[in-house]
Design a protein around this ligand. Structure first.
Ligand SMILES: Nc1ncnc2c1ncn2[C@@H]1O[C@H](COP(=O)(O)OP(=O)(O)OP(=O)(O)O)[C@@H](O)[C@H]1O
Ligand SMILES: O=P(O)(O)OC[C@H]1O[C@H](OP(=O)(O)OP(=O)(O)O)[C@H](O)[C@@H]1O
Ligand SMILES: [Mg+2]
Length: 281
């Protein structure tokens, strides 16, 4: 049975479980359950702290895990990314009190608080900077006003927490992160791991695309196909009216409104966009 780690709480937990459900896997109903067996798919899920997941997968105890790229790198566990999952996006940044221009070299000799000490130590070394790295478990942004640190390195999502504490981010992002599916580095090939990765990939694609359906005068079909080329080529079906055809094509979700505008301006009618739940491309 394939053994798969899933975040049990925090920023990635809900979306990770939803993605697995969407891919056809059984997930827990009770948020305190630590394991769920999915006998139909021959998978056992283990609900673990996101920070610990790369360690279990890297040690070979578990076959696959969903965690954050930043957490996996900070763990230094021997894992590789199998698939980027498109949620839990964040950047990992240095930040310090607003009111002056900070550079990474300004951190030399200062106290720097973080929950991701390995990421920070490696990045400081790349910059040739020596600082006093203080490891905190969370709520890192408050450490400066409490007098424990001069600067921080932390996860930035919306940027709201930094603003609330009058901090500004500086330097290049140390890590651009999102949720990822990881496996042990140099693991033997496995059909079971491939299958779970392919099913998740199907959901990731489905979430990045929408299906567009529209009616198009035959005379405008070539121009319409240029706007919606689809993946291979769009489906074109006859309509009862001989001058019209129905067209169906996948389009990137981020472009869907602009594409619908273009089709409407061209002369397409009844332009409908719908979600795709899962797919194999
Ligand atoms: N505000 C956010 N926006 C987007 N992603 C985030 C945000 N906060 C955390 N993440 C991502 O979620 C992961 C960390 O999740 P989480 O906060 O659950 O872990 P944790 O802080 O170690 O757990 P805990 O806070 O329970 O100790 C990281 O990959 C991080 O990049
Ligand atoms: O840019 P924002 O959208 O404000 O998000 C960033 C905040 O979210 C995370 O904290 P989390 O909720 O995980 O709490 P923690 O600091 O206790 O880990 C992160 O550590 C930042 O503090
Ligand atoms: Mg957190």
């Amino acid at each position: 049975m394939l053994r798969v780690a899933v975040p049990n709480k925090g920023a990635l937990a809900a979306a990770a479980s939803e993605m697995l459900s969407e891919a056809g896997y059984r997930q827990r109903h009770e948020s305190r359950d630590l394991t769920v067996i999915d006998p139909a798919n021959e998978v056992e899920f283990f609900f673990l702290r996101p920070k610990d997941i790369a360690i279990y997968v890297g040690s070979g105890e578990l076959d696959l895990g969903i965690t954050g790229r930043d957490l996996a790198l900070d763990s230094r566990a021997p894992v590789t990314e199998r698939l980027a999952l498109g949620f839990g996006g964040s950047t990992f940044r240095y930040a310090a009190p607003a009111g002056r221009e900070w550079k990474v070299t300004d951190l030399a000799g200062r106290r720097l608080a973080t929950s991701y000490p390995n990421l920070v130590v490696d990045d400081l070394a790349r910059h040739g900077v020596t600082a006093d790295v203080i490891r905190l478990d969370g709520a890192v942004e408050i450490s400066i006003q409490l007098g424990v640190a001069d600067a921080v390195a932390d996860v930035v999502g919306s940027g709201r927490t930094l603003r609330q504490h009058n901090l500004v981010a500086f330097g290049e992002a140390i890590c651009v992160s999102e949720a990822v599916l990881v496996e042990r580095a140099n693991a033997e090939p496995s059909a079971a791991r491939d299958q779970l990765a392919a099913r998740l990939q199907g959901v990731v694609f489905a979430q990045q695309y929408m299906m567009l359906d529209y009616d198009c005068p035959k005379s405008l079909l070539d121009a319409a196909i240029e706007i919606t080329p689809g993946l291979e080529s769009p489906t074109v079906a006859p309509l009862a009216s001989a001058d019209w055809v129905a067209v169906r094509a996948m389009v990137p979700r981020k472009d869907v409104n602009a594409t619908m505008d273009e089709l409407a301006a061209l002369g397409a009618k009844a332009v409908l966009a719908s979600d795709i739940r899962a797919c194999r491309l």
